[in-house]
Design a protein around this ligand. Structure first.
Ligand SMILES: Nc1nc2c(ncn2[C@@H]2O[C@H](COP(=O)(O)OP(=O)(O)O)[C@@H](O)[C@H]2O)c(=O)[nH]1
Ligand SMILES: [Mg+2]
Ligand SMILES: [Zn+2]
Length: 299
């Protein structure tokens, strides 16, 4: 039996990486009938199709994680990528200035989908890493400080990616493409682009692509990541997506406390004592408003 990792979908064909190299595969009828949806990142079982070098996908191995996005007009959800281990949220120290609420939102997305999350503070040659790095360290995240200019932290970032299936995300201009080019020079990603869509030259594609790394592991390039909404998150669960808030969650006076103005709120007390950063609570509140205001009828 041959197994492989689905790297990319192209219409009815899937590009699959096996121990013996890359091959092209199609869904076997049985898999189709069972309405299995094969997505990028899936581990699949393959059998040779009669005549030709095509393989048939006969089964999908159980998924470790899934990332979904909602399809508009109440048409349900679509899997974006399977078996993602880790999300690296990249920010620059400056130029462009860090967008704290955007970074927190991406971290919450990972948490809510039970995918590991870490922060990369890049451009430490431009401005000191400390205030930004400390903010995320105190929130409980692993933080890697890097500079593409001096090479600082690149080996550490590379080591953190090794063997994992990871997404590298973050605001435009933070240095994602530059970092990845240093880790995998063969990638040849364009840098300094105004829009990554322009850089990719394939702006109609919504599918994810898995890129095998020489050192082992995969990078997932998914235009879908930032589109993965917060819609799936129960507002009551949101605070538990902030690691530093978790120790306080059972301690509020009201069991259904949303940590706004309720009396006896242990999370707010945690902010007053300096255990939780005030701007993290602010990010929580922004996301909570969004979740509570989101239309629920499609779920
Ligand atoms: N000074 C400095 N500039 C960087 C660093 N990393 C990236 N850049 C520059 O920042 C700009 C945006 O980088 P890019 O990799 O395209 O960012 P992306 O949009 O996140 O992919 C480019 O002009 C890079 O040369 C860094 O560590 N230090
Ligand atoms: Mg880029
Ligand atoms: Zn509370």
């Amino acid at each position: 039996m041959v197994t492989g990792t689905v790297l990319e979908r192209d219409g009815a064909h899937y590009r699959v990486l096996t121990a013996g190299g890359e091959c092209r595969a199609v869904l076997r009828k049985k898999v189709k009938r069972d309405e299995f949806r094969v997505v990028v990142g899936d581990q699949v079982r393959l059998e040779p199709e009669a005549g030709g070098d095509l393989f048939g996908i006969t089964a999908i191995e159980p998924r470790r994680t899934v990332l979904e996005r909602r399809i508009p007009e109440g048409r349900g959800t679509r899997l974006v990528v399977a078996n993602l281990d880790q999300v690296f949220v990249v920010t620059a120290t400056a130029d462009p200035p860090p967008l704290l609420q955007l970074l927190d939102r991406l971290l919450v997305l990972a948490e809510a989908n039970e995918i590991g999350a870490a922060v990369v503070v890049n451009k430490i040659d431009v401005a000191p890493a400390a205030p930004l790095a400390d903010r995320f360290l105190r929130a409980g995240y692993h933080v890697i400080e890097t500079s593409v200019v001096t090479g600082a932290g690149i080996a550490e970032f590379s080591g953190a990616l090794r063997g994992l299936t990871a997404v590298v995300t973050g605001p435009s201009g933070a240095g994602k493409s530059s970092l990845l080019n240093m880790i995998e020079p063969g990638l040849g990603l364009r840098t300094g682009e105004i829009s990554r869509k322009v850089g990719r030259g394939r702006n109609t594609t919504v599918g994810a692509v898995m890129i095998p790394l020489t050192q082992g592991g995969f990078l997932v390039d998914t235009p879908g990541f930032s589109e993965v909404g917060l819609w799936g998150i129960d507002p009551a669960e949101l605070a538990s997506c902030f690691p530093e808030m978790r120790p306080f969650l059972g301690e509020c006076r009201f069991q259904d406390c949303r940590h706004r103005t309720e009396p006896g709120c242990a999370v707010r007390a945690g902010v007053e004592r300096g255990n939780i950063a005030a701007d993290r609570l602010e990010s929580y509140r922004v996301l909570l408003r969004e979740l509570e205001g989101a239309p629920r009828e499609w779920e």
